[in-house]
Design a protein around this ligand. Structure first.
Ligand code: MTE
Ligand code: MOS
Length: 775
């Protein structure tokens, strides 16, 4: 039997199919850019970074650098034939190489090009820069105090009469919550290799979530047209949003050098330079004022979301917008006004990170739920439930979209039962009463996350499918693989469409030459968008094959059926490979470009109204923790999750995304702390000082389940839902559980108001603060 002739049981959609690169990942044979065979004569670049957070550049002395061994040359802003800018926001506020002044500690000033990477790196450190200091503004509060300069236009969402709601509210709580940032800590750091071609051509291998934007940036920097630049991405060793825009600069520098010296050039920073020079999750300070009634129902919310944007706009506009879009989490606010402040600071420009501002918005909502619960002496879960969006009324968001697919009640009720929440909570209250030092806490928090890019035009995708005459298939689409399993999911869609086995499909790396004008693989929309585009390409080829088969086997088109492994033409079964071969001989086109655009969505930022999300993904988590009130140290003992991915395209991959997302969220909220000193230098720029969760931090009891009954109401691919980002926010339950444990030191009479990351130090200080508050 021909190897390409598919087996009888083929259906792979909705099945546990392993990641296409899984065996290669674990055997170290998956190829990343630094593993690629370098073209002869490849040069290596290394960036020179500023050592001042805000200063005029008086002089740069390159003499020692240029004389160092192996150095080919130095690139500065003056060597750029096009524009010295890689800003993704069209504000043109992000130079590749600072000129005139630096705006953050770690800002690239130049690149050294040498024969080896080590030579380039050593030579970069020989440069002498003379600065004249300018005043620095490093964090949210400092930026607000300095006048509140913004990097981009703020957003306001408003619905109902907030002033009247506040005035009429029987109870009121005001507060501030500081929410920390997060480094992406992708295993594979930023890297690019550029290979020059004929004329203006250049091919760039980049570790990027957004090949089309890298193409645009390289073209803009070189002053050439997009068609001269090809960007290829086989896979990333993690992106998490940190390679949505942050890859631009590395690709641009490699391409600049490649074209200038007509030799290939590779650029890979060390981990500490990567952490210093690339943007992170935005830290926020949320100032809130919430009115509510005696039962805990919220009547009005008024809040300002200050975010440390850094020195340039980057994605701070859309990130802070998404924070406001999630200021409600799963709760209905009868009257609401929320405003964003994307603040200019002399720090690295913050960027996308899993959840894209949404997590910060939702965490603040959980904070005021907690405030209300402790004020009323109730279990916060009761307050959560009292404020959930309804399923037919009370379901309009602050951006005036109706929540039409609300399943939060069922998700929460099922999890509350399956996790035995009530009995465990009662047992914990009892335990705490008899345990003076160790205290436990438990919390159940919900997630509702809007799916679609709020930049509406991004909600489109293309695919390119070739069927070869032996029946084997090439699959290309615009999405990128960063470990999340997008490639295998789209291959499953295609295999299912053609009724063939997955072995028939060759998954191609992403290339701007195959599918043009792609969107970033982001906003969790990769499989929604690219799955549909691939399906559309298959549809076109299948339609042609049906016409062909009907003619060849002399039956009606209606009697041609797609079955496992091929087609049934009347009473004749034709294997897919045989069908493809005969189609070729009969001059039938066996290739198609597919396309998809998300229906229904629209958004008017000026009025703050619209239908920005195609649908919502839901989930809930229960976390249980134990804290040591003398040291602040704690453990996360048990986590139960019920998460909604609609009809899962691949449950094994989706469970992996939920587990990984939760743990990454837990790291953000507990141990990952970014510390800048008063000069603006990032002090936590290595795993020795920046604490990501370890395998040993995974809760010993970790029950993760899909809401298997959920089916996307919208006709998405296979009725699935996006899974990439929403599970990160399930980790809010850890903060809330820590909160309960802390509150137990004063018999739950004071809201602990833990800021994040809730490090052991913060937990300890909160215990002490509460004990003091009681006296
Ligand atoms: N999973 C892995 N293993 N690695 C990653 O870099 N990125 C996350 C999420 N899951 C990421 C991941 C982010 S930020 C997003 S937006 C989505 O995957 C993107 O992929 P998708 O749209 O295909 O879900
Ligand atoms: Mo994900 S933050 O949208 O790349």
């Amino acid at each position: 039997m021909n190897k390409l002739e598919p087996a009888i049981t083929l259906a792979s959609l909705h099945k546990d199919v392993r990641h296409d690169s899984g065996p290669k990942h674990v055997t170290g044979t998956a190829e990343y850019i630094d593993d690629m065979i370098e073209p002869a004569g490849t040069m290596h670049a290394y960036l020179g970074l500023s050592t001042n957070a805000h200063a005029e550049i008086i002089n740069i002395d390159f003499s020692a650098t240029k004389a160092a061994p192996g150095v080919i040359g130095v690139l500065t802003g003056d060597d750029i034939p096009g524009e010295n800018d890689v800003s993704p926001s069209h504000k043109h506020d992000e130079p590749i190489f600072a000129s005139g002044k630096v705006q953050f500690w770690g800002q690239p000033l130049f690149a050294v090009i040498a024969e080896t990477r080590d030579q380039a790196r050593r030579a970069a450190h020989l440069v002498k820069v003379t600065y004249k200091d300018l005043p620095v503004s490093l964090d949210v509060r400092a930026a607000q105090a300095a006048g509140g300069a913004l990097v981009t236009e703020p957003l306001k969402l408003e619905r109902g009469d907030v002033a009247a709601g506040m005035a009429a509210a029987p109870r009121r709580v005001k507060g501030s919550m500081a929410i920390g940032g997060q480094d992406h800590f992708y295993l594979e750091g930023q890297i690019s290799m550029a290979v020059p071609g004929e004329d203006e051509d250049v091919t760039v291998f980049a570790s990027t979530q957004h090949p089309s934007e890298v193409q645009l940036m390289v073209a803009q920097v070189l002053g050439i047209r997009h068609h001269a630049v090809t960007v290829n991405v086989r896979r990333m060793g993690g992106g998490f949003g940190g390679k949505e825009t942050q890859s631009n600069l590395f690709a641009a520098v490699a391409a600049l050098a490649a074209k200038k010296w007509n030799r290939a050039c590779k650029l890979r920073p060390d981990r500490d330079d990567d952490m210093t020079a690339t943007g992170k999750r935005h830290d926020f300070v949320v100032d809130y004022d919430v009115g509510y009634d005696d039962t805990g129902k919220i009547v009005a919310v008024d809040a300002v979301y200050g975010a440390r944007a850094g020195f340039s706009s980057d994605l701070s506009g859309p990130v802070t917008d998404r924070a406001l879009f999630h200021a409600d989490n799963a709760y209905w606010y009868p009257a609401v006004r929320v405003r964003s402040e994307p603040l200019y600071t002399n720090t690295v420009s913050n960027t996308a990170f899993r959840g894209f501002g949404g997590p910060q918005g939702m965490l603040a909502a959980e904070r005021w739920i907690e405030d209300i619960a402790y004020d009323l002496g109730k279990d916060p879960l009761e307050i959560r439930k009292a404020n959930f969006y309804g399923t037919d009324t009370n379901n309009v968001t602050p951006y005036h979209q109706t929540v039409a697919d609300n399943i939060v009640h069922r998700v929460v009720d099922e999890l509350e039962t399956s996790s035995d929440y009530q009995a465990r909570r009662a047992a914990i209250v009892k335990y705490n009463a008899g345990s003076p030092i160790l205290k436990k806490g438990i919390a159940l928090t919900p997630v509702k996350f809007g799916i679609s890019f709020t930049a509406t035009w991004y909600n489109q995708a293309g695919a390119l499918v070739h069927v070869y005459k032996d029946g084997s298939i090439h699959l290309s689409h615009g999405g990128t693989e960063m470990g999340q399993g997008l490639y295998v999911k789209v291959a499953q869609v295609l295999a299912d469409a053609f009724g063939v086995g997955l072995d028939v499909i060759k998954i191609m790396g992403t290339s701007t030459g195959k599918v043009p004008n792609t969107s970033a693989t982001a906003a969790s929309s990769g499989s929604d968008l690219n799955g549909m585009a691939a399906w559309d390409a298959a549809r076109q080829i299948k339609e042609r094959l049906v016409v062909h088969a009907a003619r060849l086997y002399q039956c009606s088109e209606a009697s041609v059926q797609w079955v496992a492994g091929g087609i049934q033409a009347g009473d004749k079964f034709v294997p897919f490979a045989e069908l493809a071969a005969s189609a070729y001989l009969n001059r039938v086109q066996l290739s198609a470009a597919g396309f998809y655009q998300v229906p229904k969505i629209h958004w008017d930022r000026a009025t703050g109204r619209g239908h920005p999300f195609y649908y919502f993904a839901y989930g809930a988590a229960v976390s249980e923790v134990t804290i040591d009130t003398l040291s602040g140290e704690y453990t996360v003992d048990r986590v139960d999750i019920l998460h909604d991915v609609g009809r899962s395209l691949n449950p094994a991959i989706d469970i992996g995304q939920i587990e990984g997302g939760f743990i990454q969220g837990m790291g953000w909220l507990t141990t990952e702390e970014l510390v800048w000193d008063d000069k603006g230098q990032l002090r936590t720029k290595a795993p020795s000082t920046y604490k990501i969760p370890l395998a040993s931090d995974v809760p010993p009891v970790f029950n993760v389940k899909l809401a298997e009954w959920s089916v996307n109401k919208e006709p998405t691919i296979g009725r699935s839902k996006a899974v990439g980002e929403p599970p990160l926010m399930l980790a809010m339950s850890v903060v809330e559980a820590l909160s309960m444990a802390v509150a137990s030191v004063v018999d739950y009479t004071i809201a602990p108001r833990l800021d994040t990351p809730a490090t052991p130090e913060r937990v300890l200080m909160a215990c002490e603060r509460l004990k003091g508050g009681r006296q």
